[in-house]
Design a protein around this ligand. Structure first.
Ligand code: HEM
Length: 484
């Protein structure tokens, strides 16, 4: 039996059962489902966490869950994978029903180990360096798009433009394809991708899996999108294989993630097939698009609201990386304050504000017995906004993340408390790439423009909308030429 390192129980007699835990009162069949709004489910659970403490129970229809908020207990569960906990089986069932090919995100056990090895090989630091020029091209296009909007006196739909940036960036890396949604409005792949995540999220939490018996128009549209993506990806794989056959050097020096994955898959005993390669290309596109774009959108909004932090970020960019046409990987690696701004943004506005696991065998978390198959709902934004770990917790103060930070600002190591990319063996493999994309776009923005305004049309704080990742609603930005 596993026990957490956080608070090992004195004896099994001291253990609590999930039924003994507090929790919001519910109705007989629905449980607490009627008290939840799907688009704000993370905030509903965070609110309960403030009322019921670090361990409580909720029931959403048939799904009973243990909710945990203590970062050490969460880290323990996340690290106890793939053997102790898995992602919920529902995610993989719903994904495969939709026709999504299996990828590392939904894989478990040995299949996960094999695919994770392949994915990590394609993210090796040397490879990511080779992808830098393609990211640079995409960042300059974003600048061109924003210059046009500024010159035309137009407001920029921030999140939409950033999604174009991340989908172009990841597509260039993922399969060496220049799909250029930034300079055209024919965003074919993106249009299909944008349907998948919200549908996956809706179906995972649906009370009745109606789509198994009845296809509504939006389900038929979803089927068409998944089919179109699968066909496109099969084509990219065939082209990559042809390129690699013509130029075997690409096996050791792949020019994109797809070539990197094919090379890793083709190694003897890899356990990985072309179907897995295809599944992981879609996974990269999906996992890399909204998450990075939403984090950037939140960060730009937070910077504009915090003039002192914005001034420091601009100073750093002007000192370290003043010319977007000449950005280098070394410059990006030196943007410490900008990186701290991203970390502070993810502390306050984590785009993955919760992670749901399922216990693979009887175990314990803290002083709670966790029977096999229990859902464990990890609240990622609780300790990160607690005064116990972050004084003045709601203030946007990137300095907390700097190495020489004032100890009064960081009584606990912030990196141990905030886990925006998850933790343990399944930690996000795209985290360095995401940070690079965030720093490149933010440095381009601050070097080239002044932010005239960024906010919602009515000036209120943007609502947080959950649809697999957590997005700000309705952010618009106006730019001015930089004057210094
Ligand atoms: C700011 C941007 C991003 C955030 C906040 C983020 C966050 C996360 C989180 C929380 C997880 C779950 C980790 C866990 O279970 O412990 C995850 C998994 C994953 N992410 Fe990211 N991610 C980001 C960007 C990316 C990018 C750019 C890519 C790839 C291009 C990517 C690919 C993946 C994959 C493949 C997984 C599944 C890993 C596995 O199950 O082994 N992510 N990410």
């Amino acid at each position: 039996m596993n026990t957490t390192t956080a608070s090992p129980p004195a004896s099994s007699a001291a253990l609590r059962r999930i039924d003994d835990l507090p929790g919001p009162p519910g109705l007989p069949l629905l449980g607490n489902a009627h008290q939840i709004r799907l688009a704000r489910i993370h905030q509903d659970v965070e609110r309960w966490a403030r009322d019921y403490g670090p361990f409580f129970r909720v029931r959403l229809g048939k799904m009973r869950a243990l909710v945990i908020t203590d970062h050490e207990v969460i880290a323990h569960a996340l690290k106890d994978r793939p053997d102790g906990f898995r992602r919920t089986i529902r995610t993989s069932i719903v994904g495969s029903e939709m026709g999504l090919k299996p990828g590392v995100f939904g894989a478990e056990g040995q299949a996960w180990r094999d695919q994770r090895r392949m994915v990590m090989a394609s993210f090796a630091p040397g490879h990511v360096r080779a992808y830098f020029p393609s990211l640079q091209r995409v960042v300059l296009r974003l600048r061109g798009r924003w210059e046009k909007a500024m010159n035309a006196g137009r407001a920029i739909a921030l999140q939409e433009d950033l999604m174009r940036y991340t989908v172009d960036g990841v597509a260039g890396l993922a399969f060496g394809s220049d799909i250029n949604t930034l300079e055209s409005d024919e965003e074919v792949i993106q249009r299909h991708l944008d349907k998948i995540f919200p549908a996956l999220f809706r179906r995972i939490f649906a009370r009745i899996p109606y789509w198994r018996v009845l296809r509504l128009p939006r389900d038929r549209e979803l089927d068409r999108s998944v089919a179109a993506i699968n066909v496109a990806i099969a084509g990219f794989i065939a082209q990559a294989r042809a390129r690699m056959a013509a130029n075997p050097v690409l096996r050791t020096q792949p020019s994109n993630l797809l070539e990197g994955m094919i090379a890793a898959a083709d190694e003897g005993g890899s356990g990985v097939t072309d179907e897995h390669v295809a599944g992981n290309v879609v996974t990269m596109l999906l996992a890399g698009e909204d998450t990075t774009a939403n984090t950037l959108a939140w960060m730009i909004w937070l910077l504009k609201r915090n003039p002192e932090a914005l001034r420091r970020a601009v100073d750093e960019v002007q000192r370290v990386a003043p010319d977007p046409d000449a950005f280098t990987p070394e410059q990006m690696a030196s943007l410490d304050y900008l990186e701290a701004c991203a970390s502070e943004t993810m502390r306050l506005k984590p785009v993955a504000p919760f992670l749901v696991l399922e216990a693979l065998h009887d175990t314990t978390l803290g002083d709670v017995q966790v029977p096999k198959n229990t859902f464990v709902w990890c609240v990622m934004r609780h300790d990160t906004v607690s005064p116990q770990h972050f004084p003045d917790p709601l203030a946007f103060n990137p300095s907390r993340w700097l190495d020489h930070a004032d100890p009064a600002l960081t009584p606990t190591s912030p990196k141990r408390v905030a886990m925006p990319f998850g933790a343990g063996p399944r930690v996000c493999p795209g985290r360095y790439l995401a940070m690079l994309e965030i720093k490149m776009a933010a440095a381009m923005l601050l070097a080239s423009f002044e932010i005239d305004e960024v906010g919602t049309p009515d000036g209120s704080e943007p609502a947080e909308k959950m649809a697999f990742s957590m997005a700000p609603v309705g952010l618009q930005m106006r730019l001015k030429p930089r004057t210094r």
